[in-house]
Write a protein that binds this ligand. Structure first.
Ligand code: ZN
Length: 183
């Protein structure tokens, strides 16, 4: 997998993924170590002189096998977590690709009086009615259409982003009647 996207968001996911991988590898290492110890006990079995020595070694052997099993189960859990994290990461990457295509359709417009919003580029407008897209949400990789509404009961109407409640006050030149105008 190649990571071409330049973003702070994905770095943390990759870091978490690596941590899970390291945990899983450590568990596998422990399992292998315990199996190695168990195998050494078997190799030296012939040299054991007494029943009590053999009984002690057998307990040690069982202990190592149990340790190997526990570590293998933990490694398995880490693998399951790893698969889950990987698929979440893949979904995120797919979202980034979709967003990369989506964001190309818009450009930042000066609505006058210090108000800014994104609007569809000429070529992308098709039959869509003129509308403003929230700059705040655009920065968060989301298209939110500004609406003429009141966000709180008792407050006057304004041009708000329904998602992040960002309010803009465009100049009269940005309107066609009471609706946004393509700029
Ligand atoms: Zn917004």
């Amino acid at each position: 997998m190649t990571f071409k996207v330049q973003t702070g968001g994905i770095g943390k996911d990759v870091e978490a993924l690596l941590m899970t991988l390291v945990d899983g590898l450590a568990d596998l290492g422990s399992a292998l170590g315990a199996l190695q110890a168990a195998s050494n006990i078997l190799k030296n079995w012939a040299s054991l002189r007494s029943d009590s020595e053999r009984a002690a070694k057998l307990r040690e052997f069982n202990g190592q096998i149990l340790a190997a099993q526990t570590s293998a189960i933990q490694a398995n859990a880490a693998q399951t977590a790893l698969i889950k994290e990987l698929s979440a990461l893949e979904a995120k990457l797919a979202n980034f690709e979709t967003w990369d295509a989506e964001k190309q359709r818009y450009e930042l417009k000066d609505l006058g009086w210090g108000a800014f919003a994104y609007m569809l580029k000429l070529a992308a407008r098709g039959s869509e009615p003129p509308h403003w897209v929230c700059t705040n949400c655009y920065g968060d990789r989301r298209i939110s259409v500004i609406q003429h509404t009141n966000m709180k009961k008792g407050e006057g109407y304004g041009y708000f982003c329904p998602k992040c409640h960002n309010e803009i006050r465009p100049s009269t030149q940005s309107f066609d009647g009471d609706s946004p105008k393509w700029l």
